[in-house]
Design a binder for this molecule. Structure first.
Ligand code: PMP
Length: 331
């Protein structure tokens, strides 16, 4: 198969490879496959949502030439928006919790985004980064608040691109799909899209500790327990993107389990972030429940190289009470 010529840079978003994960497949007797979202131009799954949100706003007349895109983001959506903004000539303003990795902040600045750092706080606090970004958009002329959490152009990206790609790449041989939730765009959109092909594909939530969705889908109550250092995932409410998401079952995965998969994937030649490790651990839990012989797809959301100052930093790992892998000892 030849790789087609991309007519312009934005056409490089999506169409990511699907890779078979040998360790998780052998451990479960299932075939565990993962979408290499770190191969998007901005290095994460969020490029898809960024492009759809901007295209949707343009189509609706909410964004016009010379306009500004404002978003509150843990980082990856901002990186996607910054690239899409550059390609289309929009200014991009990003409100980010100051606790996000230095690499993401440096990347956003390098891509030409204006960065506004705020202290982390609960969603109910008006100073929360999402509310701050809405206020800035309201006060800025010709600005779009891209609102990734409640703008369903986000999940539409996955209904229209991720799900059809997975269906084509697996030739319709797929039994389950799972991933963790930040906005819910990936899980709900891919779930809805896959169910359009076959209603009996199992869609599972993989929730990190500290998020409230596991309890919600298991027992109908939004309730969080524990905490996680994973960036980009961990939700405490039902976003518009999550509404009527077709979730059949749910798993709760710890940072330790996720990090073990990050390290195991490295030995397969894949360098991914913690949300990807948590997703793979979730896919293995689903595989064990479904039994040998099934085929399960998950997402490798971004690269581990985005987290050198955290996940590859022994001092940071120790401070968080996480194990330092042997190859990082003594550094
Ligand atoms: N992993 C990472 C690293 C992310 O940045 C995000 C986006 N916040 C997700 C997973 C979750 O994606 P979604 O917003 O589609 O739920």
């Amino acid at each position: 198969m030849t790789v087609p010529l991309a007519p312009h840079a934005l056409a490089l978003i999506g169409n990511t490879p699907l890779v078979r994960l040998s360790g998780p497949s052998e451990a479960t007797g299932c075939e565990i496959l993962a979408k290499c979202e770190f191969m998007n131009p901005g290095g994460s799954v969020k490029d898809r949502a960024a492009l759809y949100i901007v295209q949707d706003a343009e189509a609706k007349g909410h964004l016009s030439p010379g306009g500004t895109i404002v978003e509150g983001t843990a980082g990856n959506t901002g990186i996607g928006l910054a690239l899409v903004g550059q390609a289309k000539g929009y200014k991009v303003v990003i409100v980010i919790p100051e606790t996000q990795s230095q690499e993401k902040k440096d990347t956003l600045r390098a891509l030409g985004a204006e960065l506004i750092e705020v202290a982390p706080t609960s969603y109910s606090n008006p100073a929360h980064y999402v509310h701050t970004s809405r206020r800035i958009a309201e006060e800025t002329p010709n600005a779009l608040w891209s609102n990734q959490f409640d703008n369903i152009a986000n999940r539409l990206a996955h209904i229209r691109t991720t799900a059809p790609e997975i269906w084509a790449q697996t030739e319709g041989r797929i039994d389950g799909f799972t991933c963790a939730v930040g906005t819910g765009g990936t899980l709900a959109g891919t779930g809805l899209g896959l169910k359009e092909y076959r209603d009996d594909i199992t869609i599972a939530l993989t929730d990190p500790h500290g998020a409230a969705l596991y309890e919600y889908y298991a027992h109908g109550e939004l309730k969080a327990e524990g905490s996680s250092v994973a960036e980009g995932i961990g939700q405490s409410r039902i976003t518009a993107n999550l509404e009527s998401a077709p979730i059949d079952t749910q798993y709760r995965i710890s940072d330790e389990e996720g990090l073990a998969q990050v390290h195991a994937l490295l030995r397969e030649g894949l360098c991914v972030g913690l949300s990807s490790g948590i997703n793979v651990a979730g896919a293995m839990a689903l595989a064990r429940d479904m039994g040998p012989g099934h085929r399960i797809v998950t997402m490798l959301c971004d690269s581990g190289m985005r987290y050198l100052s955290t996940l590859s930093n022994p001092a940071w790992l120790r401070a968080k009470g996480l194990e330092v892998p042997p190859w990082l000892e003594g550094r």
